[in-house]
Write a protein that binds this ligand. Sequence first.
Ligand SMILES: Nc1nc2c(c(=O)[nH]1)N[C@H]1C(S)=C(S)[C@@H](COP(=O)(O)O)O[C@H]1N2
Ligand SMILES: [Mo]
Length: 219
Amino acid sequence: MQDDLPQDSKLTRTKRAWAEAGKFLTGREARPEAERLPPGQHLVTDWPVLDLGVEPEVPLASWQLRVTGFATNPLTLTWEQFTALPQQTRRSDIHCVTTWSRYDNDWQGVPVRALLDLAQPLPMAAFVLLTSHDGYTTNLPLEDFAAEDAILATHWQGQPLTRAHGGPMRLVVPHLYFWKSAKWLKGIELIGVDRAGFWEKNGYHMYGDPWREQRYSDD
Ligand SMILES: Nc1nc2c(c(=O)[nH]1)N[C@H]1C(S)=C(S)[C@@H](COP(=O)(O)O)O[C@H]1N2
Ligand SMILES: [Mo]
């Protein structure tokens, strides 16, 4: 019983003092496993392939990435130009709306922010509509697209991205469900008013926050 426990032993007094002083607090955010895995997700260690069934072969010689819409400097980059941009790495978790999550994916490529710094979005740009070589589209707010850990990835765990996973280049926006992370990305349109992409027109959420379980559209 609580009442039987010593309330005034040396140990109890010491630990009470530590608690009052906040001793051993690192100031770092605690991330217990339960908080790292969003609600309704389960952990996998393989990496499933999910797409519409068309896995386009994109020859590097004709590969292009276009940034259009509300930008001061609309861009068309060749593979050579794109890969000449400073490469960086990002480590992040994947959360797919079909309930699998995969931790600690090491991506290498060009941070989205670096590309946006070149394109210079205009003030009226508030969303992006992304287009891929398989005809896939998806949409998200510009602010989320520009997240610090969002990356235009060419490599995963040190190896070039396979075609099945979106190679030669895919987007990774880790804080949203993985359907926002367009594989075989070819077009980024900066728009003022949100426009639904493929899954968003098919019952999925316009935003898609795994932590709020925004899987499906409300209506
Ligand atoms: N171009 C394109 N990108 C896409 C898709 C797609 O069908 N086409 N599927 C999305 C979905 S629903 C998911 S879960 C992830 C899957 O990526 P993976 O196959 O590398 O796991 O890609 C997303 N990006
Ligand atoms: Mo998905």
